[in-house]
Design a protein around this ligand. Structure first.
Ligand code: HXC
Length: 257
């Protein structure tokens, strides 16, 4: 891997992925995105990993897609490269994925953070969709996910002006889960991950899938989907263990089976 670093044993059952193009503020070139997609697939299949944290560095989570790589491309070049199949694959990650964001999360960087399931932000984080300033518009979900996350008025403003919002504003609008002092953002993401890693991995995957369904379908269909996944949890040993542990007043030991 050239542009990402992976620690499969960052903490018990938690893997950490670092975007690693610091000089370019982690601009997301095609190779980085392919490395990320491939890594997430491997981690999704790794039985020891229950939660994945995706982060950058203090200055930048990611300042967007690599503008230098896109400059000079035609629409047909972009169509043929089909970078969005990589993004679609990332979205299919079944395990909980937490973005730990500090510094810039712009354009594709903001979209990547929003593709994750939760965002923990440092107080220095800045979110935005500045594509309009370079004559284009968001292409990896910005107009859709940002609008669903923070509502039409603010999303429209960010997409049309290219302005950034601070971590505090992002918190106010419901884009992020928590904001912490900059020196603590990774630790805070790890704390959240550790809490989730103690739960049944089977239930976590099914619950994640069901919450995501809420964005993709109408209520009746979503409730139906939720019910099927709820029933499915009863096929797991973790369900038996979880309920027995409650009755026996002890801590459950989930195995992901
Ligand atoms: C390529 C980038 C980059 C990017 C920064 N760099 N962002 N290179 N693509 N998105 C490079 C700079 O060219 C520079 O390289 C180095 O990183 C440091 O950046 P500076 O601009 O010198 O830093 P600073 O003055 O602190 O400004 C930070 C910044 C600015 C405000 C984040 O870099 C910026 O505006 N970046 C572009 C943000 C953007 O427009 N993002 C959306 C991209 S389009 P050198 O070699 O000069 O030192 C997009 C579409 C997604 O994301 C569609 C789907 C994939």
């Amino acid at each position: 891997m050239e542009f990402i670093k992976v620690n499969t044993q960052y903490k018990k059952h938690i893997a950490l992925i670092n975007l690693n193009r610091p000089k370019e503020l982690n601009a997301l070139n095609l190779q980085l995105m392919t490395e990320l997609k491939d890594t997430l697939k491997v981690l999704d299949e790794d039985e020891n990993v229950r939660v994945i944290i995706l982060t950058g560095n203090e200055k930048a989570f990611a300042a967007g897609a690599d503008i230098k790589q896109m400059a000079g491309k035609t629409a047909i070049d972009m169509l043929n490269v089909d970078q969005f199949s990589t993004w679609d694959q990332i979205k299919k990650t079944k395990k909980p994925l937490i973005a730990a964001v500090s510094g810039f999360a712009l354009g594709g960087g903001c979209e990547l953070a929003m593709t994750c399931d939760m965002i923990v932000a440092s107080e220095s984080a800045k979110f935005g969709q500045p594509e309009i300033k370079i004559g284009v518009m968001p292409g990896a979900g910005g107009t859709q996910r940002l609008t669903r996350a923070i509502g039409k008025a603010k999303a429209m403003e960010l997409v049309l002006t290219g302005n950034f919002i601070s971590a505090e504003e992002a918190m106010h609008y419901g884009l992020v889960n928590k904001v912490v002092p900059t020196e603590m953002y990774l630790e805070a993401a790890a704390e959240l991950a550790e809490q989730i890693a103690q739960m049944s991995p089977v239930a976590a995957k099914l619950a994640k899938e069901s919450v995501n369904r809420a964005f993709e379908t109408h209520l009746d269909e979503g409730l139906h989907f939720e019910r099927k996944n709820f029933y499915l949890t009863f096929a797991s040993e973790d369900q038996t263990e979880g309920m027995e542990a409650f009755v026996e007043k002890r801590k459950p030991e989930f195995k992901g089976k």
